[in-house]
Design a protein around this ligand. Structure first.
Ligand code: ADP
Ligand code: MG
Length: 713
């Protein structure tokens, strides 16, 4: 490894050229090898280096003595190596390297398994700081602790005697090399860091307001956030731990501000430039639709339809998110909104993330709208033609590559589909409204693609997106900050009660007996497993394997199998059989999570329930309790960890999907909450959506004020 060159500045870069954009390797002459190591950490320029956040801090102003170490409790101690050596065993195949540290109070054994080369790095007499958890007290021992040698002539203002940053490393790059270079970079360059938007006063934001309830303990004094330059300094070399936290909050706020700027500018551009078809309708189809529904709309549904109608009649294309807990009746609201556009002579497209859901929506909309003379078509990967007959070329919405686009001479129509709607062969004319169900499974790009397809000269379709899963506000503002929000905060009356039970695997025989009894009463059941097929890596149960066992347990009742890897015809035929009651129990993966609506089903049995997120379990539970019979959700899990226990307990005690979503966000983080497929959750370096709700709100307000108003939400 080349020695670190101490001469500053390096001859390759003239002083005038030294800036945040300068390459770290050249500025600090670290050599090619280390330059590559820094690059592996994402650090190329001085600016990158300043944003390379420590993964933790160590308060090296006060060390505890080795004697004071407690079992299982992380701590840093400082001492001198008094013995060092490698022991080999199993014929040399395995080894343990150990040194003994002594600080005058006691001795500490530090061991590393199968890393014999460590012997070359330490010698008797070396002074070393050691961070770790003792796993034995007699003798005091730490396995695989972190170490840092104290070198002769060490700069005590950098490495000791202060709150010291500990950085994420890559192989071959020592902690103190990184720390030394960051120190120099902070001294020389932190002052060059500017606040990106001086017109917004981010320092006016108080940390107290910016602290989540869970962290309030930590920081009770209301101090303003630092400027960005100061935040960079305290991020690396804080005077106190609290300063590091404030620095992180400031840098997180900057990230949220950038995102809000992007979101709110997009919205502003839309309001300035885009025009919509007037689509508020005249009630001529709405009235008979509501009369034929067979139930009265809830107050929440009526209120939301009013909000939607106001948007649909306006000159600016609607951009609205409809949130509502599972079972709150979003589909009816979507149908009502579609009718407004259809009454106004415009076509409507509805996109759903799965074939099963698209087919179910198609079935509902056909039942509701066909009697009113509206044609409802289905377009999925496997179904390319309209089920409802009528020559396609006569209408504006032509499917398949047949026929030229023509103006709409007849009645408008509604097309329901999956992402297949985005294919080039699908043309969408005079599109007044786009509805997207389960928006988060698509992401902004696909949403915009569908809207662009519907663009007609300067006119854009109205947009209604729906989420099957309630979304915590922090995430909502981040993912859907450019949308207005309507909330269905009320469930239709007369819903059967759902009881939730948490059981361990030992209780399965009784659980199966219970399910059989329900089937005997004429009810139906879902049995859900986390996987389609087994994996070599774990013991998680899979539908294809468990199917035979469930058949045996529930004999002689007929059991069906449903998962995402079946062909569409197979999926559809098993769903049909379950819906009409010939199949009594459905063994499925979480494909049934959304949309499936079979009121006679009263049991939701979920095995390995700890594998699912709370929001997902809540959705699954929402498949039952849709009829008049009392329903049971049974969660079977080993609950090995406290978090697993806590999560299932929260679910058993809470039926409010919004509260569950908040809990899930805190317990699992945004990526898992939204689903891995297409989360669209931005990758924040400092921001943490679990805790930073107040900061997200602050960012939104700051940007709103700076852009000059613009009200949404
Ligand atoms: P979600 O909001 O989860 O999409 P759905 O739209 O699937 O809920 O509605 C759940 C069930 O409730 C459906 O069977 C639907 O027909 C029924 N429903 C919707 N609105 C009402 C209402 N106002 N009164 C009674 N039942 C309703
Ligand atoms: Mg739904």
């Amino acid at each position: 490894m080349p020695p670190v060159r101490e001469s500053l500045p390096s001859p390759a870069v003239k002083p005038a050229a030294r800036s945040l954009a300068s390459p770290v390797g050249i500025i600090y002459g670290v050599g090619i090898e280390r330059t590559e190591m820094f690059a592996r950490l994402g650090v190329r320029t001085v600016g990158d280096l300043l944003l390379h956040a420590p993964r933790r801090y160590e308060d090296r102003r006060k060390f505890i003595t080795i004697r004071e170490l407690e079992l299982g409790k992380s701590a840093t101690v400082f001492g001198k190596i008094v013995a060092s050596g490698v022991k080999r065993f199993r014929g040399g195949a395995r080894s343990v390297y150990e040194f003994v540290l002594e600080d005058g109070s006691a001795r500490l054994h530090c061991r590393w398994w199968n890393l014999p080369f460590l012997e070359r790095l330490f010698a008797v007499g070396d002074e070393v700081m050691v961070f770790g958890k003792p796993n034995l007290l007699k003798p005091r021992t730490m396995d695989h602790p972190e170490t840092e040698k104290v070198e002769n002539g060490d700069d005590i203002t950098v490495h000791i005697n202060r709150v010291v940053p500990i950085y994420p490393l890559t192989e071959g790059l020592p902690q103190r090399a990184v720390r030394s270079i960051v120190w120099r970079a902070v001294q020389e360059f932190a002052d060059q860091v500017r606040d990106a938007h001086p017109e917004m006063d981010l320092t006016a934001v108080r940390t107290r307001a910016a602290v989540d309830a869970a962290r309030e303990q930590l920081e009770l004094e209301a101090r303003p956030l630092p400027r960005r330059a100061e935040a960079i300094r305290s991020l690396h070399f804080p005077n106190e731990l609290a300063d590091a936290d404030r620095a992180r909050q400031r840098l997180a706020l900057d990230e949220f501000v950038e995102l809000q700027l992007e979101i709110q500018r997009r919205r502003q551009k839309l309001e300035r430039n885009a025009r919509a078809f007037p689509c508020s309708g005249d009630n001529r189809l709405m009235k008979p639709f509501l009369a034929a529904l067979g139930f009265k709309l809830t107050e929440a549904q009526v209120r939301v339809l009013r909000e939607l109608r106001a948007d649909m009649g306006g000159p600016v294309p609607m951009r609205r998110l409809l949130q509502g807990d599972v079972g709150s009746g979003k589909t009816v609201v979507a149908a009502g909104t579609a009718l407004m556009a259809l009454e106004s002579g415009c076509n409507v497209a509805l996109m759903a993330p799965t074939e099963i859901l698209a087919e179910q929506l198609h079935r509902n909309f056909t039942r509701w709208l066909e009697p009113l003379g509206i044609t409802v078509e289905l377009r999925t990967g496997s179904r390319k033609t309209s089920r409802v007959q009528g020559p396609e070329s006569q209408v504006g919405l032509s499917l398949g590559n047949s026929g030229p686009r023509t103006r709409n001479p007849g009645l408008p129509r509604l097309v329901v589909g999956t992402h297949a709607l985005l294919e080039d062969s699908v043309t969408l004319d005079r599109l007044g409204l786009v509805i997207i169900d389960e928006q988060h499974k698509f992401g902004v790009a696909q949403r915009e693609q569908l809207l662009r397809k519907g663009r007609d000269g300067g006119r854009f379709p109205h947009l209604l997106v729906m989420t099957a899963t309630p979304i915590p506000r922090t995430l909502g503002l981040t993912l859907y900050g450019d949308l207005d929000v309507s909330v269905l905060d009320q469930l239709p009356a007369g819903r059967a009660r759902i009881r939730t039970h948490v059981r361990d695997a030992a209780a399965l025989p009784r659980v199966w007996a219970f399910v059989r009894a329900e089937l005997e009463k004429g009810r139906q059941a879902y049995v859900v497993y986390p996987r389609v097929s087994e994996s070599d890596h774990d013991e998680v149960k899979a539908v294809t394997k468990e199917f035979a066992r469930v058949q045996k347990e529930l004999a002689p009742h007929r059991v069906g199998l449903l998962h995402g890897q079946l062909r569409s015809e197979e999926k559809e035929s098993v769903m049909t059989a379950f819906r009409n009651g010939t199949v009594k129990a459905l063994v499925a993966t979480s494909v049934i999570e959304v949309g499936v609506d079979v009121p006679n089903a009263t049991v939701m049995l979920i095995e390995d329930a700890d594998q699912f997120g709370l929001a997902q379990l809540h959705q699954l539970r929402g498949r039952i309790g849709r009829g008049a019979h009392e329903s049971h959700c049974i969660l079977v899990a080993e609950q090995k960890t406290d978090t697993a226990k806590q999560r299932l307990k929260v679910l058993a005690e809470t039926t409010d999907g919004f509260a569950l979503a908040e809990a899930d966000l805190r317990l699992r983080g945004p990526g898992d909450l939204i689903g891995r497929e297409q989360s669209g959750v931005p990758d924040f370096r400092f921001g943490d959506l679990r805790h930073d709700r107040a900061l997200v709100e602050e960012a939104r307000e700051l940007v709103r004020k700076s852009l000059g108003g613009g009200s949404n939400q």
